[in-house]
Design a protein around this ligand. Structure first.
Ligand code: C5P
Length: 283
């Protein structure tokens, strides 16, 4: 039995940090939405009780460090499954980019294994397993548009954003989420207006959404990596309005209402940055 599962990337419409926790993590509020830039996961049952991961990427390991491997392992242990699985990952989402690439692969493996062995496990339970793999995995299990709270494991679905285009530009660096979080000084952060974004989503109000998107990690990453700042400025010069860094970076995105303008911004960024994408919001 073979099945395919789409693993879409996410962008943060907001990322707020509320407090530092005793377990070393931070309490966050993040509005995330999925975009039409996806890895493709193929799952196949194998007779031997083992987990195999294959992928062609210089940047992602195929052993037990891979989040997809970890997800398969956690799933098999939790439900006592003795059948093995081969996981093939066709990567399209850039790695260490702030787009949840590893997390969405792990989430797709959880959804896919549930289907592969016809277990009918509720999504909320898959998300609970996902939380043991990484803070963004629970959101990725649900997909669409949601606000994530706590460490990232408390998920409340939200209305989908007004339909628009997304131009993404990723400078040629990888960012460690841990390193960026370590630099946060919670006191003195200027917090995004999360409820205004939620209102904008409910009202499908494109300009209001763009006016309120915000990410408290942006200033930290921009200070460490000036190339991210340059990309941000360049996008704004190209006429983009809703411009923000996603996650802990380094990918910067712009929300654009009309395709022709999105195409212009995309063309403008391509001469400036190697990895540029033009996609639609899915969420
Ligand atoms: O959960 P995940 O392994 O993706 O998190 C990577 C790192 O980001 C953690 O080790 C932690 O330093 C930081 N983090 C945090 N608070 C969160 C999520 C992540 O401090 N809510």
């Amino acid at each position: 039995m073979v099945l395919f599962e789409k693993a879409p990337a996410k962008i943060n419409l907001s990322l707020d940090v509320l407090s530092k926790r005793d377990d070393g993590y931070h309490n966050v509020e993040m509005i995330m939405t999925t975009i039409d830039l996806a890895d493709r996961i193929t799952l196949r049952s194998i007779n031997r009780d083992r987990i195999e991961v294959s992928l062609e990427s210089r940047f992602v390991p195929s052993d037990e460090r891979n989040l997809a491997y970890k997800a398969a392992n956690a799933f098999k242990q939790k439900y006592g499954i003795k059948t093995g699985v081969h996981i093939h990952i066709e990567k399209s989402i850039p790695v260490s980019a702030g787009l949840g690439g590893g997390s969405t692969d792990a989430a797709a493996v959880l959804r896919g294994m549930n289907r592969l062995w016809k277990l009918d496990i509720p999504t909320s339970e898959l998300a609970t397993i996902g939380a043991t793999i990484g803070s963004d995995v629970p959101f990725c299990v649900y997909g669409n548009t949601a606000i994530a709270k706590g460490r990232g494991e408390i998920i409340e679905p939200l209305s989908s954003p007004p339909s628009c285009w997304v131009v993404l530009a990723k400078p040629d660096i990888g960012v460690s989420t841990r390193t960026i979080f370590q630099r946060i000084q919670v006191e003195g952060l200027s917090h995004p207006n999360t409820s205004a974004i939620m209102d904008a989503l409910r009202q499908k109000h494109f300009h209001k959404m763009c006016a309120h998107i915000g990410n408290v990690l942006e200033d930290i990453t921009l200070a460490v990596y000036p190339e991210v700042q340059r990309i941000k400025c360049r996008m704004e010069q190209a006429g983009a309005s809703g411009v923000l860094m996603s996650g802990s970076g380094p990918t910067v995105y712009s929300l654009v209402e009309h395709q022709s303008k999105a195409q212009r911004i995309y063309n403008g960024m391509r001469g400036f940055c190697e990895e540029v994408y033009l996609v639609r919001l899915l969420g």
